[in-house]
Design a protein around this ligand. Structure first.
Ligand code: E4P
Length: 221
């Protein structure tokens, strides 16, 4: 089970790499804008942080190209050579899937983002996606169940032995991380604060406080 950080904030990424040994980074236009840095500069800076490792950095193409596969392909061809760790992100649209097929055939790995249905995921897998990114937080925010959605994607992938990794995205809490792992999803991507909260537990803090009291009243040797 791999943990990716969903961020383009270099300081967060550095801590997540050092402290949590995260396996990759996903960026999107919101994260890049929040970094306050130009797109090309910040994604290459992130790429340099994981250079020489197998950790990937997902880099999103211009959303305006969602119905123009040639434009997505052109942008993917420009971005991919900038860093061997880059995986090119395009939307789960008819043209996004087609661009994925073309880029994949050229050896460029693709991450199909904004996936909200199992059949979108299936088409991404058929078209050779390296990652499929089901956005569970957005669906749950809309009152939709996502447990079955993730299970379906994992089952479809396994039934047909596709090479695609299921990258559960827009993850909001530890329960979702644990569920994704329990049904065999390959990766989750979540914000820095989501991991921080998920790794903590109030009983751990309470237990530490109690044990400290005993420790302080005991001779060490
Ligand atoms: C995934 O690749 C996306 O960047 C991400 O999970 C989007 O969701 P959010 O920005 O709502 O968390």
């Amino acid at each position: 089970m791999k943990f990716f950080l969903d961020s383009a904030i270099v300081d967060e990424i550095r801590v997540a790499l050092d402290l949590w040994d995260i396996d990759g980074i996903t960026t999107n236009p919101r994260h890049v804008q929040a970094s306050g840095k130009p797109f090309l500069g910040v994604v290459q800076e992130i790429g340099a942080m994981v250079a020489g490792t197998d950790k990937t950095v997902s880099v999103q193409t211009n959303p305006a190209h969602h119905n123009n596969w040639q434009a997505i392909v052109e942008e993917g061809r420009r971005l991919a050579p900038l860093c061997p760790n880059f995986v090119i992100k395009m939307p789960s649209t008819e043209h996004g899937f087609k661009a994925c097929r073309v880029l994949t055939d050229e050896g460029i790995r693709c991450n199909l983002t904004l996936c909200f249905s199992a059949v979108q995921g299936l088409q991404a897998m058929r078209m050779g996606a390296h990652y499929i990114s089901p956005f569970i937080g957005w669906k749950e925010g809309n009152g939709e169940d996502t447990d079955q959605f993730i299970e379906d994607l994992v089952d479809i992938r396994d039934n047909f032995d596709f090479d695609t990794e299921v990258l559960v995205a827009a993850v909001r809490n530890g329960r979702q991380i644990a569920f994704a792992a329990s049904v065999g999803a390959d990766i989750v991507t979540a914000a820095y604060a989501v991991y921080q909260e998920a790794f903590a537990h109030p009983y751990t803090d309470l237990g530490l406080h109690r044990f400290q009291e005993f420790w302080d009243k005991t001779q060490y040797e």
